[in-house]
Design a binder for this molecule. Structure first.
Ligand code: AMP
Ligand code: TRP
Length: 325
């Protein structure tokens, strides 16, 4: 099986990214052919600071390695270094109806959030994402739930190409984590966890023990006292139960039983403790990696070469089918 996924270099990794996507990447690299990309060209579609971008890329690379990606077992590269991504995105746009792109919820949400910044790049974002995936002929794309619609569009685009110009693309499927596909904000449990939208509601994988404790203890809970999973009536507690279950690898049912006669405060204290313990290893690894920037640059360069070889070969097929060569 071939696997592709990407992540934007915008802010630090939070546990939503980790449990929604990265943890699956780490597991998949053991047995499958995996290509993962730091998608800097996607990151520039929303407001950003040019002077920070290179550092964000380095920090994200360190975070991915600290979380367990192994460059000996997967290809890891920076999107803008492989030009075929933008080339294919343009090509896909020549036969994708505008209406398909207008339907995308992420576009609608981001346009609403940055009304002064609704650019064509943001609109075409899903085409660049489709190009990322299709160049590597991926079968599976491990992502969080918010990206499902984009994968659906990628499938439509791939089918249309194959039908019009001949079979080139695989039709990829989204691979969602069973429990971690949508981790919610600790402050707004009806919104997904996001570092940029509300930092206080997002636990970073490199947060200090004090930060983790503070964020969990001040997490919004629900009225009532019972620790029970009920998404409609108890979105706050349900989200904390999901997180507890992910960090402790215990089922939600077991947790409900264990905390049956206990209050929210005790539950949160226990969650803070176990979260601090399980995230500690990431901070340790980060420290080691910070001193290895030469190794990291070399590794990304190797990743670029490997990705480029695959992308160029697919691009030749595409151009040949389309009469461009
Ligand atoms: P991004 O930082 O938006 O590029 O997201 C990187 C990956 O993390 C994507 O696969 C997202 O679907 C996933 N992701 C982001 N936020 C969450 C969340 N709150 N819960 C689960 N998965 C998420
Ligand atoms: N759009 C994804 C996000 O916001 C990131 C991304 C870009 C991606 N290209 C991709 C994910 C290709 C999977 C496959 O999270």
């Amino acid at each position: 099986m071939k696997i592709f996924s990407g992540i934007r270099p915008s802010g630090d990794l939070h546990i939503g990214n980790y449990f929604g996507a990265i943890k699956q990447w780490v597991e998949l690299q053991e047995k499958q052919e995996c290509v993962f990309s730091i998608v800097d060209l996607h990151a520039i579609t929303t407001p950003y600071r040019p002077e920070n971008l290179q550092n964000n890329i380095l920090e994200l690379t360190i975070a991915l390695l600290a979380a367990g990606l192994d460059p000996e077992k997967c290809v890891l590269f920076i999107q803008s270094q492989v030009k075929e991504h933008t080339e294919l995105a343009w090509i896909l746009g020549t036969f994708t109806p505008i209406g398909e792109l207008k339907r995308m919820t992420q576009f609608k949400e981001k346009a609403k959030k940055h009304p002064e910044y609704v650019n064509a790049g943001l609109f075409n974002y899903p085409l660049l994402m489709a190009a990322d995936i299709l160049l590597y002929k991926a079968d599976l794309v491990p992502v969080g739930k918010d990206q499902e619609q984009h994968i659906e569009l990628t499938r439509e685009v791939a089918k249309k190409f194959n039908k019009t110009f001949g079979e080139v693309f695989k039709i990829p499927k989204a691979l969602l984590s069973e429990r971690g596909q949508k981790i919610m904000s600790l402050q707004y449990p009806k919104k997904k966890m996001s570092k940029t939208d509300d930092p206080a509601g997002a636990i970073g994988i490199f947060d200090t023990p004090e930060e983790i404790k503070e964020k969990i203890m001040t997490a919004v809970t629900d009225s009532g006292k019972i620790i029970k999973y009920d998404l409609n009536r108890k979105p706050g507690i349900s989200n904390l139960l999901t997180i507890y279950s992910l960090v402790s690898q215990r089922s939600i049912k077991t947790l409900e039983k264990d905390f049956k006669r206990k209050g929210y405060r005790e539950f949160k204290k226990s969650l803070a403790l176990i979260s601090i313990r399980s995230l500690e290893v990431f901070r340790k690894k980060r420290k080691e990696l910070l001193a290895r920037d030469v190794y990291i640059k070399e590794m990304l360069n190797r990743g670029k070469n490997r990705a480029q070889t695959i992308a160029q070969s697919t691009m030749r097929e595409i151009k040949s089918r389309m009469g461009l060569i």
